[in-house]
Write a protein that binds this ligand. Structure first.
Ligand code: MLT
Length: 265
């Protein structure tokens, strides 16, 4: 399906009925990251997974794509889909976007699921690494971005034992367009610190992290999120890295399912 939001065509898929659950993918990925959740949770919720601008089959305008721009897109998509409030589930960059969305549109959020993400802004070194990557992608296309991420995205056991999954993640990253990768890197580099936002979150929130996530480790970033947001439970999934939803979909879906079933209204 396709919707025109803020002058950009966004691609999305929907499955199931009931209270909406919107899935926000990470970098440099697309909505297919969520295949196991689209299939696995549609009996419980109206599941929507979009390609953020710049990724997948959505349009890719030039320039930095900030987390606020993504939040505005999401809000406009919710308007088109006549969704007043939704549970938002964001992984990594998707979590940055969910926190930006909360800042701008809290009344549209029923619950938050923050997966393998963090609240802090970039360190100067991380910001510089993003700018360096932008230059590499300008010169060589998407491959440097994909190959920089691949070894760090997945747990050791996934990399050893599941070549099909490694290959599908590799292909997913390589098919992303340079313009989208550049826009996301520039947008993430300028994102603000969301730590002060966490204290103000007053909707039910779940944090899910892969036990072997080396990009946003559970024992630092996961704990920080869960301890700062009142009432948040931290679920740490064994044998999963940064892409916990894809590496261990049954455990991920079970945690989401249990959480959604506790929500009222
Ligand atoms: C992601 O998975 O979305 C990225 O690791 C986020 C980032 O580069 O900070």
């Amino acid at each position: 399906m396709e919707a025109l939001v803020n002058g950009v065509h966004l691609h999305y898929v929907q499955a199931g009925q009931g209270a909406p659950l919107i899935l926000i993918h990470g970098y440099p990925l697309d909505h297919t990251l969520w295949r196991p959740q689209i299939g696995g949770l549609a009996d419980l919720a109206r599941v929507i997974a979009l390609d953020l601008r710049g990724f997948g089959q959505s349009d890719a305008p030039d320039g930095a794509c900030t987390m606020d721009t993504n939040a505005d897109d999401l809000c406009a998509l919710m308007d088109i889909l006549q969704i007043e409030r939704a549970a938002l589930c964001g992984l990594s960059m998707g979590g940055y976007i969910a926190l930006a969305f909360w800042r701008k549109y809290a009344s549209r959020v029923r619950a938050l699921i923050l997966a393998d993400t963090r609240a802090e802004a970039d360190t100067p070194a991380t910001r510089q690494a993003r700018l360096d990557m932008v230059e590499q992608v300008k010169q060589h296309g998407s491959a440097p971005a994909a190959y920089a991420m691949l070894p760090r995205l997945l747990a050791e056991s996934t990399r050893q034992l599941r070549p099909d999954l490694v290959e599908s993640v590799r292909v997913m990253m390589l098919r992303q367009r340079p313009i989208g990768i550049i826009g996301a890197q520039l947008g993430m580099a300028e994102r603000p610190d969301s730590t002060p936002t966490l204290l103000a979150i007053n909707v039910p929130t779940l944090a899910i992290f892969g036990a072997e996530d080396v990009i946003t480790p559970a024992e630092t970033d996961g704990l920080a999120l869960a301890s700062a947001i009142p009432g948040t439970k931290l679920v740490v999934i064994p044998n999963a890295g940064h892409l916990s939803n894809l590496e261990q979909p049954e455990a991920f879906n079970a945690a989401v399912r249990e959480f959604l079933l506790t929500l009222d209204g």
